[in-house]
Design a protein around this ligand. Structure first.
Ligand SMILES: [Zn+2]
Length: 274
């Protein structure tokens, strides 16, 4: 699932290239992705793109005709195409395509078994589903320890699940929640309410360091290579059976609450009380 660092890199890549361009055509192959039927994406043809921005894991295109809001779901992404690009080696699961006036195009793809990409045309980003309810974003300059404490509250919810809850904190998914908790040396199953002052401080620092570090590392990487760059950068996520880069202990896979986590049982020992 795309998470905020890769979406941020994508947004910066696109903003540099399409700011000021006009939308020449919008072709929707899968009409089910369009969430604003009375205002289809094709209504933005001939509209000028003012900027591209990130909202949590979503992308918003600010155009003269309104905002085009794109949600990736689990397996959505954008393929950037320039004239003269060789045709793809394998068929591409395109769900929509936005062509620009200079011949470039953004191909919106969804490689999942079920369709999860969403497109909406709205006057205000907050009018798109899920955007107004987004929690504070750790990548925002205005993200503070106070905002973090507010998001954490004193909730009896497992910390890994809470980190991924978009209404608590925006932009984090399965992979970065594993990485943040490993960096903070906190077990994913611990309830937020049981974290002490020192642990909360470590978690805040780890969250900011991991996410901002990932943004810095991903910046300038072309969209088609971002997913692989993310996979390669992971310390514990997706690395069950490998050695913890900090202590050398074997990383384990855990399944709880219907989700999987990878963690170092030494660095992230669970409290004795369980
Ligand atoms: Zn370790």
């Amino acid at each position: 699932m795309p998470e905020s660092p890769e979406v941020q890199a994508l947004v910066e890549f696109l903003d540099e290239r399409i700011r000021g361009r006009m939308i020449a055509a919008v072709d929707v192959d899968e009409f089910r992705i369009v969430k604003t039927r009375t205002r289809p994406p094709a209504s933005l043809v001939d509209a000028r793109i003012e900027s591209v921005r990130r909202f949590g894991k979503h992308v918003g295109f600010d155009t003269a005709g309104g905002w085009l809001m794109l949600g990736f779901g689990r397996n959505g992404w954008i393929r950037w195409q320039t004239p003269g690009d060789p045709p793809p080696a394998e068929p591409v699961p395109e769900v929509a395509r936005i062509a620009l006036d200079d011949g470039t195009a953004m191909q919106i793809v969804d490689t999942g078994d079920f369709l999860a990409v969403t497109l909406a045309v709205v006057d205000d980003p907050a009018d798109a589903s899920g955007i107004a309810a987004l929690g504070p974003d750790p990548l925002d300059d205005g993200f503070t320890r106070e905002g973090f404490e507010h998001a954490l509250g004193s909730r009896r919810k497992q910390i890994k699940a809470l980190l991924q809850e978009q209404t608590s904190l925006a932009g984090i998914g399965n992979a970065y929640s594993d990485e943040i908790l490993h960096r903070a040396r906190i077990a994913p199953t611990v309830h937020a309410a049981l974290l002490g002052e020192e642990e909360r401080g470590r978690l805040f620092d780890a969250m900011v360091d991991v996410l901002r570090g990932a943004v810095a590392d991903r910046r300038g990487v072309p969209p088609e290579r971002l997913k692989q760059a993310k996979v390669e950068a992971m310390a514990v996520h997706g690395r069950g059976g490998e050695s913890c880069p900090v202590c050398g202990t074997t990383i384990v896979d855990r399944v709880f609450g219907g989700a999987s986590a990878q963690l170092c049982p030494h660095c992230q020992a669970e409290p004795a009380s369980g």
